[in-house]
Design a protein. Structure first.
Length: 257
């Protein structure tokens, strides 16, 4: 892979990409990351010594493939500032929800060699679910290059652009709805007398088994629920479901503008 790669923004998702690439055999010597926060850059450099770090976005934007690792409001300010330095053959990959191809192109002065991806954190261990959409300005060889860069992250299905925000809520933020519950269970298991190793083994295996039962058994939802007669949290279930529906529906409406 000979493409030079720039990241604008050196936060969480950039670190996730770099971890996935490092473990996936992609040479980080060709990567340059810009961020206004010197501490963020220094800590990234400590984790990934091969990368180049700069405070000036115009340097990372002048690479062959440019990843926009910015929150949408910041991207709206930064994109017009880098429009002039993008090379005609550059590929720009936005990792942000909200900003459509149409809006990105408008902010970049008509630039159309664009892709969008909604990555997720398990990509750090090559097991992410990272749906993406290609803009109409990309040629076959551009798509092949991006596919090689996406591979170490895990699954990366091509989807309709209009569905990316739904995937942001389902997959990108999804782990946060469950991690705290698993951690609580993990801590309780220790209180009930299990060693850390015993608790982690049981929890890990139970989660994988439960996922297998839900998605591979062919059972309908009610029949699956009925396989376990005692449901200690049943009384709280309605309240939890309500929180999911209220919070996530409101967020989806916001992301879709
Ligand atoms: N993390 C995920 O799992 C995930 C998943 C899917 C999509 N995304 C998307 O990826 C984008 C970035 O998210 P993130 O998780 O990486 O957020 P983050 O950890 O907050 O990183 C954003 C970085 O951008 C920096 N920044 C702010 N202004 C900048 C500027 N003018 N030029 C360059 N960098 C600037 C921030 O610095 P300061 O902290 O100093 O402001 C911060 O280091 C967002 O659109 C998010 O929705 C993230």
């Amino acid at each position: 892979m000979h493409a030079k790669i720039g990241f604008i923004g050196g936060g969480r998702i950039t670190a996730i990409f770099l971890s996935a690439w490092k473990g996936g055999g992609i040479d980080l010597k060709e990567v340059i990351v810009s961020d206004p926060d010197a501490e963020v850059l220094a800590s990234l450099k400590a984790r990934f010594p091969e990368i180049h770090i700069v405070s000036e976005n115009r340097l990372s934007a002048a690479q062959d493939v440019v990843f926009l690792s910015l929150h949408p409001p910041v991207a709206k300010t930064v994109l017009p500032q880098i429009a002039q330095v993008l090379t005609p053959k550059a590929l720009v990959v936005s990792l942000a929800p909200v900003l459509t191809f149409e809006k990105l192109s408008e902010l970049l002065g008509g630039f159309s060699r664009l892709a969008r991806m909604i990555p997720n954190a398990p990509s750090l261990v090559h097991r992410g679910f990272n749906p993406f959409a290609f803009g109409s300005g990309l040629a076959k060889e551009d798509r092949a290059l991006l596919d090689r860069l996406f591979c170490p992250l895990g699954e990366h299905p091509q989807v309709a652009e209009a569905k990316l925000e739904a995937y942001a809520i389902l997959a990108a933020m999804g782990p946060t709805y469950f991690w705290f519950q698993w951690q609580t269970l993990r801590e309780l298991a220790r209180e009930f007398g299990l060693e850390k190793q015993e608790a982690d083994r049981a929890l890990n295996s139970m989660l994988h088994g439960a996922v297998g039962l839900m998605f591979e058994s062919g059972m309908d939802y009610a029949a699956m629920l009925d396989t376990v007669p005692v449901k200690p949290l049943a009384e709280s279930q309605e309240g939890i479901e309500r929180v999911f529906r209220e919070k996530l529906s409101a967020l989806h409406a916001r992301l879709k503008g």
